[in-house]
Design a protein around this ligand. Sequence first.
Ligand code: AKG
Length: 328
Amino acid sequence: MFAKEFAGISTSTIVDEIGRKGYFKHTAAIDHSAVDAMVHEFGPNRVAVNHHGISPVCFGRTWYLNQVLAQSKLAFDLITSDKVLDIGEGVLGEEFRLTTKRYYTTREGARMAWHRDNKDDPERTSPLNGLIFIFYLTDVTEGAFQFVEGSHLFDAGTDKANFSDEYIAEKFADKIITYTAPRGAFIVYDIRTIHRAKPFSGIDYERSSLFFGMMSEPTLSEPVLINTSFFDSLDDRRKYYLGFGKREIAPAFPTTSVKTMDDQNTAKVLQEVSDYGRSIGIHLNKDGPRIEDNEFVAESDLATISGPRPLQNNSGGRISSLFRRKHP
Ligand SMILES: O=C(O)CCC(=O)C(=O)O
């Protein structure tokens, strides 16, 4: 999966550069064929209604799929690769845990504040050691990763983890690096670095990336779901890294609900549900859904549809009647 030239760069070169500069980047870290195959494994970005499996969530103008280790074998192989783990060990020492991971797609209008990642509270940084890896999965011409060079080492005048655009522009304009690069490029940086994804507007463009982080602090991890078909054994280093048998305290990022969907996706979900509803005689009017009189599936038919035990009715027949509506 790693491109030849990148695979040939020694871990010590990468670790030394992170030590000196706070980051290391390479414009051709993974082959385009592996990038495309990974994006295919992640699947399309859409809100899946009543669907078994891992699916993305819509958070404003950004799609997130947090459980990448359950969804993509290539992402699993990359995140648990020797190359990644050796870099982690070189910078953080023998024990470090995967704290966060996500496949995400940023669309026009997405906004992210300048921030540091060494925090367990948006208002305060903490003395945490860690690294973030970002792999670009689309050619990044807009919405690129931006960072303030050297900011992992300096006091930014506040111990807050988030900064306003004005503050950064005023203090550090000459230190901002904007990392536009082709798909397959990557950057790994110290979590104390001040950074953001550059906002963009007025252009129909999407940026997709794989992002994951590791910290020496062992408890700040998000929940990890893994597809067990992706490996047949794991060594102790990987078991620790993935948090086998360990507790985690961070919620899966980002926290979402029906209210975090943008207007377009709310409309799409409503359309999908209302098209289906209409096809079985449920119509939306100004007072809410209206159910036409219709024929219901017999209890015995339901048993064959849903398995040996029909759904239990604990609401006076109304809800289970809905479940039993016959398809036209
Ligand atoms: O994707 C980027 O450019 C930055 C992402 C980031 O900082 C974050 O998700 O916290």
